[in-house]
Design a protein around this ligand. Structure first.
Ligand SMILES: Nc1ncnc2c1ncn2[C@@H]1O[C@H](COP(=O)(O)OP(=O)(O)OP(=O)(O)O)[C@@H](O)[C@H]1O
Ligand SMILES: [Mg+2]
Length: 254
C-alpha cells in the first residue's frame, strides 16, 4: 500500500544530500537535528516539506504493529502565516510527489493525515503563553511527534522557549528529527547565530543526536528552478548595496 517509486535526485538538490547520509526513515539509529539557514530562495522550506512527507511514507512502509506511528508538528510563530506557509509547503510536497490519494488534508483544524495509519501532521503557532500551553497538551493518539519543523525559526524568541517545547515533544518514541529553517538573522547575538557558532564546534560522536548545520544560498540551486528575475534582482542588489546582498541573498551574519 505504501510502496512508491520515487527518484530522490529529482526532489532533493545535491547540496542537501549530506543531510540524508543516514537515510530516510527506518535506517535511522539516532535522532537528528538540522539547522538550515541562509539567504532567500535557497530551497530550505522546499527541502523540509519534501523530507517530512518522504519520511512519513518511508516509515509507514515498514511500520510494525507494536510501534507508535511517526507524526509531525510544523510550527510558526504567528497563526496567520500557518496556512500560507508550512501547510501550503507540505501540501505542495504531497502534490509534487503525486501522493494526494494517500493523504487526507483537513483545514479546520489544519491537519494532514496519512490514510490507513495514525501518522498525522499538525500545525501550531507559538506567539502567546497560551499557545505554548496548547502545544504542550497536543495528543498524538497511536503515534508520537517524531518530526518537528520550526519554519522561519529566527522569529522564535529564544533558545529557552524552543527548548521548552522540545522537552514537551521528545517523548513517546526514541528517534526525533528536528528541523530549523530560517533566513540567517542579521545580528551576531541572535540566539540562532550564537548557537551556530557554539554548537557547530561540538562533536556529536557518541551522542544520541546528530546535529547538522547547513548554510545555503540562491546560487546553490541549479539554474532554471528559480525565476530569472530573482537573479536579476539579486545582481542589482549586489551592485547597489553589497551589505544587503550579503545578508539577504547570501545569508551572511552582519
Ligand atoms: N528541489 C527542488 N526542486 C524544484 N524546485 C525547488 C527545489 N527546491 C526549491 N525549489 C523552488 O525554489 C524556490 C525557492 O525555494 P524555497 O521557497 O524552499 O526557498 P527558501 O530558502 O525557503 O526561501 P525563503 O528564504 O524565501 O523562505 C521555490 O519556488 C521552490 O519551489
Ligand atoms: Mg522558506
Amino acid at each position: 500500500m505504501f510502496i512508491i517509486n520515487i527518484k530522490l535526485s529529482n526532489l532533493i538538490l545535491p547540496n542537501y544530500y549530506d543531510l540524508l547520509e543516514d537515510g530516510i526513515g527506518e535506517q535511522l539509529e539516532r535522532s537528528r537535528k538540522m539547522f538550515l539557514r541562509g539567504g532567500r530562495f535557497s530551497g530550505k522550506s522546499y527541502f523540509a516539506a519534501h523530507f517530512i512527507i518522504l519520511s512519513l511514507l518511508a516509515l509507514a512502509a515498514v511500520h510494525k504493529d507494536d510501534e507508535p506511528w511517526a507524526c509531525c508538528l510544523a510550527l510558526r510563530k504567528y497563526s496567520n502565516t500557518l496556512k500560507t506557509s508550512v501547510y501550503a509547503e507540505i501540501a505542495n510536497a504531497i502534490i509534487n510527489l503525486g501522493v494526494e490519494d494517500k493523504f487526507q488534508m483537513l483545514t479546520n483544524p489544519m491537519e494532514i493525515r496519512l490514510k490507513g495509519t495514525k501518522s498525522v501532521i499538525k500545525f501550531a503557532n507559538l506567539n502567546t503563553s497560551e499557545d505554548y500551553g496548547k502545544v504542550k497538551s497536543i495528543k498524538w493518539p497511536g503515534g508520537y511527534c517524531r518530526f518537528i519543523w520550526w519554519e522561519e525559526a529566527d522569529q522564535f524568541q529564544s533558545k529557552h522557549d524552543v527548548d521548552q517545547i522540545l522537552l514537551s515533544l521528545y517523548r513517546g518514541g526514541d528517534i526525533f528529527e528536528t528541523i530549523f529553517t530560517y533566513n540567517t538573522p542579521f545580528s551576531p547575538s541572535h540566539w540562532l547565530n550564537v548557537g551556530w557558532r557554539n554548537e557547530r564546534e561540538m562533536a556529536s560522536e557518541g551522542r544520541h543526536e546528530k546535529v547538522y548545520f547547513k548554510h545555503v544560498n540562491l546560487y546553490d540551486i541549479p539554474r532554471g528552478i528559480v525565476p530569472e528575475q530573482v537573479y536579476e534582482m539579486a545582481e542589482a542588489m549586489r551592485e547597489d548595496n553589497l551589505q544587503e546582498w550579503r545578508h539577504i541573498i547570501m545569508g551572511e551574519v552582519r
